[in-house]
Design a binder for this molecule. Structure first.
Ligand code: G3P
Length: 231
């Protein structure tokens, strides 16, 4: 399963990318607005830090302008995935861009019917928003299960399920169990995934016992090395 990070904060992206666990980045207009920076500069910079797909969303709602914006965004870097909303004009734009060889992420998906249309329009990724469905009393993960099942039953559809609007590690684990190809994680959720109180407790005990031995792995190597050389 691929992990993308759902942020436009370059410092966060650099920090998380250094773990070696980040396969891509998703942004949206709200996340870019939070940075207070130029959208195009931010996308260029993220694309230099993370070699995997970086989603950059169009701002127009009509097909002609979305297509022009999408083409401009795609020229920023080879790893840009143009993000379009799941509307009739958005899917028309998705089809045109994917026919040109541009990766497209179709966003704001809230139903299996929408996901089926996006796949037929050649989307590289479909982004169902699980958290926002949960927020209105619906079941976001049920939608992921439906989309994964539909795409598996239709092998001609090549779209990857990119689980978005993730609220916690539980969403990520469930998405992985269901076979979704990608989850885009807010930085805090990726950090939460490292943590378990028993890991902290176990490590503290191991370190305390190791301290009692009085040994040091590195200094022992350094002491033995000359002896080996002279042998
Ligand atoms: O980037 C799209 C999606 O992940 C947004 O999530 O938390 O605003 O519902 P959220």
């Amino acid at each position: 399963m691929k992990f993308f990070v759902d942020t436009a904060d370059i410092a966060e992206i650099r920090d998380l990318a250094s773990t070696g666990l980040v396969d891509g980045v998703t942004t949206n207009p709200s996340l870019v607005a939070k940075t207070g920076r130029s959208f195009l500069d931010v996308i260029r910079e993220i694309c230099e830090v993370v070699p995997g797909p970086v989603s950059a969303e169009v701002a127009a709602t009509d097909h002609a302008t979305m297509l022009a914006e999408g083409r401009k965004l795609a020229k920023l870097a080879d790893n840009v995935a143009v993000k379009v909303p799941l509307t009739p004009d958005g899917l028309k734009t998705c089809k045109a861009l994917s026919d040109e060889g541009t990766a497209v992420n179709v966003t704001l998906c809230f139903s299996a019917a929408q996901a089926l249309l996006a796949a037929k329009a050649g989307a590289t990724f479909i982004s169902p928003f699980v958290g926002r469905l949960d927020d209105v009393g619906s079941d976001g993960m049920q939608l992921i299960a439906e989309i994964v099942e539909i795409y598996a039953a239709q092998p001609n559809l090549k779209t990857e399920v990119l689980v978005a609007s993730v609220r916690g590690p539980g969403h990520v684990i469930e998405a992985a169990r269901l076979g979704a190809e990608v989850a885009t994680l807010p930085p805090g959720v990726l950090r939460q995934m490292f943590n378990h109180p028993l890991t902290d407790k176990g490590l503290a005990a191991f370190l305390a016992d190791w301290g009692k031995t009085g040994q040091s792995i590195l200094s022992e190597d350094d002491e033995r090395e000359p002896a080996r050389r002279s042998a």
